[in-house]
Structure formats: C-alpha cells, structure tokens
Design a protein around this ligand. Structure first.
Ligand SMILES: [Fe+2]
Ligand SMILES: [Fe+2]
Length: 335
C-alpha cells in the first residue's frame, strides 16, 4: 500500500485514473487483510505520508496532491478504520458531574493519574544504555521534531477562552518569537549532540507502526474539525503527563554523561508544569463550558493519547527487556 502510494505521489496529480483506482483497491485490500490497523506498518506509514502533505510536504511530491479528491477518499477510508479501532479499544472515563472548567480539569488530572502504564522515563533515568537512549530519541523524533504542529490546527476551530489558552501554550512551544528556543529545535539540538540525524522524518522508515500511529492520531484529531474536542483533550493529557517524565529523561542524559544536552527536557519540566494548568482548565475546561457536547470527545482524545503513549512504551520496553532493538531496522543505532 505505501509503495503504491509513493509511486502515485511522484507522478503528477493529473496522472492516470487507473493509478488512483489501483491505490484505492490497495487500500481496501490492506484494510481487509490487516489483523490490526493500529499496528500495521504499511497502513500507518501510508497514513503518515498522507498526513505529511498537510505539513511540510514530501520531497519530490507536488503540493497539489494535498487536496486531490480521490487521494482524500483513500485517506478517509483508512482513517475511518483507524478511528473506529481506537474508539473500540480505548476506555473513556465517565463525564464529570458538572461541565464547567474546574470539574473538567479535575477529570483530566484524575484520568492521567489513573494511567498505570509503565513509565519509559524511569527506565531511561536509571537503566537505559547509550544505545537505548539514542533509540528513545529516534522514537520520539517522529513527533518532537515537529512539536506542537498537529495541535496548532485546532486554533481556528476554537473561540474565546479555549482559543486564547491554546495560543498561549503554542507560543511557548514555538519559542515565543525566538527560533532557537522552539521546542522542536531544542529537541533537534539534543539529537545532533548525540550524533543523530535531526532532519524531520529521517528515522520514519525505522520506527514501528505504533510510533507512527501515535503521531497519526494527532493528525487525525487535529485535521478534522469534528474532532476538535479530541485534539484539545489529547493536548491536555500530553501536557499533564509531561513535566515529571521530562525530569527523569533529563536525569537519564546526565547519568550517561550528556548533561550539556538536557535543555529540551529541562525546559519541559518548567514549561509543562504551567502548560498542564492552562491546557486542562482554560483550554479543555473552557472548550467544554462553551460547547458541552464536546465533553465525550475531550475525554476520548485524552484517553487515546494516554493509551497510545502506553502502547509505544510497552513496545519499546518489551524489546529492551529481551535485549532487542525497538526499531524495525536495528543496525542503524549501534552506539
Ligand atoms: Fe514542548
Ligand atoms: Fe508544553
């Protein structure tokens, strides 16, 4: 499926209808035959490449593909199965009794606190080898080198308090007017410091489906207006679960002798202790106060974000416990 897609995309968007027909057939066949769309390397890579058309584009691919009708239909078909798989398997908590900002924020903090997935951050802090630290950065780079972009798509879809809150958070994520302080750039600096490739997408071919899925879910929520509650909930959960783990990640880098490369992580210990309050109360709480019907999607987005994070962590730790690489092409990351 992903090979068919990339073959189609290097051609002109006005290319033959047969090619697009083949692409659609390939998508249907891949969706029919996969045991699990969430963990399917081929389908998640396909979705990742299709989403990339809405961000920085793909090298050698005509930007006109972004709004190509038939290609959009292929994407919609894959996303339909992806979203229903998530709605089927992600448990969502009950609504808070009152749909005002404070109880909504409290529900999100409770949800994050009840998350029992084993923390990757503690492993990195106390046990990870140099090679595992590099793998961790590679896994995270698929999102962190574009940090904040999927949630930015929500800005024009919000109003009032929720919109102001999201802009405030995103302003920090993008460095408050200083390009060298952009969180994506701080992450890139850590990667460069460890001799890793900091170009966006450089490691996409090596990460497993579940890592791509954890980024694709943000694009799914961010690029659909009907899912604006979910992207807001996702960001709230992300911010709530960021400050403490980032302290541990920083500790892991210091333990391995990379104390000069911890700026990205140190920044998040501070920034996200503030962001979590704004995201839970003003962004998510403010949105639900304005649009109470969105409460279920806010909780779904938060739960899906936490679940995804847990699944990625399980994948990585399972590999490491068995002495394997968590990447699909392990040879690249020898320390
Ligand atoms: Fe950040
Ligand atoms: Fe943040």
């Amino acid at each position: 499926m992903s090979t068919e897609l990339l073959t189609a995309l290097v051609a002109s968007p006005d290319s033959s209808p047969e090619q697009l027909y083949r692409l659609h057939e390939a998508a249907l066949e891949a969706l029919r035959s996969t045991p699990d769309v969430v963990r399917d390397d081929d389908l998640q890579l396909t979705l990742f490449c299709l989403n990339a058309l809405h961000y920085d584009g793909l090298d050698g691919v005509d930007d006109a593909w972004e709004w190509h009708t038939e290609l959009g239909a292929v994407k919609a078909r894959i996303e339909q199965d992806f979203e229903s798989a998530l709605r089927d398997r992600v448990p969502v908590p009950d609504r808070p009794a009152r749909l005002t900002a404070q109880p909504v924020a409290a529900a999100l903090f409770d949800l994050a606190a009840s998350d029992t997935s084993p923390g990757l951050s503690r492993y990195i802090s106390s046990k990870a080898t140099e090679a595992q630290l590099r793998e961790f950065l590679i896994q995270r780079s698929v999102y962190q080198l574009r940090e904040a972009d999927p949630h930015t798509f929500a800005i024009p879809r919000l109003n009032g308090r929720a919109k102001a809150a999201l802009v405030e958070i995103q302003g920090d994520e993008y460095g408050g007017g200083r390009p060298e302080r952009m969180h994506s750039e701080l992450f890139a600096a850590t990667m460069r410091g460890l001799g890793l490739d900091d170009r966006y997408g450089g490691y996409v071919p090596q990460v497993p489906a579940i890592t791509l899925a954890s980024v694709n879910v943000m694009s799914l929520f961010g690029l659909h207006r009907r899912l604006r509650g979910a992207i807001v909930g996702h960001l709230a959960a992300f911010e709530i679960t960021s400050s403490v783990p980032n302290r541990f990640y920083g500790n892991g880098l210091r333990r391995l002798g990379h104390g000069e490369l911890t700026e990205y992580f140190d920044e998040h210990v501070e920034a996200d202790a503030v962001h979590e309050q704004i995201a839970a109360r003003d962004l998510a709480g403010g949105l639900v106060e304005a649009e109470p019907d969105l409460i279920d999607d806010v909780l779904f987005g938060a739960s899906a974000g936490l679940a995804m994070d847990g699944w990625v962590t399980e994948h990585v730790l399972a590999a490491w416990v068995e002495g394997r690489s968590s990447l699909t092409a392990a040879t690249m990351v020898a320390a």
